[in-house]
Design a protein around this ligand. Sequence first.
Ligand code: B12
Ligand code: SF4
Length: 428
Amino acid sequence: MKAKKILLAVMPYEGEVQDRVTAKFYKNSAVKYMPLGVLSVAACIPEQYEIKILDAASLGLTLEETITVIEDFAPDILGLSVVTYRAWAMVEILNRTSAPIKIVGGPHTTKSHAIILQQGAHAVFVDDAEIIFPKWLEDGCPPGVFFGGQVDMDTIPLPARHLLDLEDYRIEQNDDLLFNVGSLRLPMFSSKGCPYGCIYCDVQQKTFNFKSVDKCIAEFSELIKMGATSIHILDDAFNINKARVSALSEAIVQNNLTVDWSARGTVEIREQVIADLAAAGCKRLHVGIESLDDDILIYFKKACRLKHIEQFCELCNKYGIDVLGYFIIGAPGETEEYLRTLPQRIDNLGIRLPYFNLLSPLAETPYYEELLHSGQFDRDHWGDFCKNPVRDFIIPEVRSVDNEGKLQATIDDYVNYFKRKDMSFFVS
Ligand code: B12
Ligand code: SF4
């Protein structure tokens, strides 16, 4: 019998929501991330299926090219992995491809699953799909919405990275890279979820769920074997659990795993954790610092305060870990003085890799809800967009055009300041 064909696709960039958050400078097209969501699902699909992964975003495909690749492969089941930013491409692909069964998963389904069914999906998967997707196949692909909850990460295989061509993820050096860690920087997730509730964030899972140390070591080893010049752990909040971080660090040392690696976490003030990470060769921590003003940190509902940020930076400087610090400007109550002195204060803290964003009401975030309920938005723009996604959607601005322009120019100035100050960290 002919194997059934499954194609799992990441949406192309074309037509995506116009981003006000992140300046162009930080969206360096050389940096690509393997789509771990679909790779993790693919690893759980029984052998009798023929699987293709199409990462249209990383390949830089247009919508038309994406549709052509899908139609040429002619899958029996077409699975789309969708973030809300790319809901327009999702609807186009649902409407314009001919696979007999089309399904959708990814963060966009969390709130919009019912609508996605009306938009033409046969089935929609919410949350982790490693267990429910193979079960759905076994059950004969019924229609409807399927809730996967959080899976036990030690019971699932490592993402099926072999289904992709590594060459598509090689980084070609350019002068605007924030750091240079060789040509093959591969991501992994060691945990998912975050218990905090920062107002600008749409974190998908509130409960911290993690892989065992042994599983992480197996994944590190696999990535090193694949030729990774650097490993990036892109968790929501890597360092929530101190014992886990220290045990993993110890195991990295014991297993002689010497590779450049980094993790995405939160401000850490436990000295032993930073010391253990440094001893294990962790070179960078990517952390949402967001503000150096306690009132703004409180407004953002951040768990840390300025004194914690100072301690964290001091510890990272002491142990030789670089901080890639995310900052958000544009919060209510922010003063001219704050904006003027911010770069110098970041310098003084020894943060080598600052990354500036503009506060903007992303879909499904508490900040957006606040603007909606306070009447600053006269209607539910994101709700309307999810029901009827339009190409290049842009969320109406709550600031004046003048103020928005000034804030964007401020970010450009910051980028130039840090570029001028120490060109070496942009190219070294
Ligand atoms: C890595 C990452 C990126 C990377 C690359 C994305 C990539 N190709 O992987 C970069 C840096 C480019 C990025 C950018 C942005 N991101 Co991002 N990103 C992430 C992050 C940290 C990890 C994604 C990941 O790999 N998770 C691990 C995998 C295993 O989980 P998963 O992808 O959710 O997949 C599981 C399920 O969703 C499901 N599933 C997924 N796809 C499919 C498909 C099918 C068919 C099925 C059945 C199941 C299924 O099964 C998977 C396994 O359980 C997430 C946070 C998070 N924890 O998910 C944010 C996240 C996805 N990003 C988010 C946002 C908002 C952005 C930005 C808009 C931010 C900005 N303004 O700059 C941009 C723009 C993105 C864009 N243009 O589309 C939001 C999305 C919210 C939403 N409702 O859509 C998240 C959830 C972060 C957050 N806390 O708010 N991001
Ligand atoms: S911004 Fe980071 S710390 Fe805050 S809720 Fe989102 S994942 Fe958690």
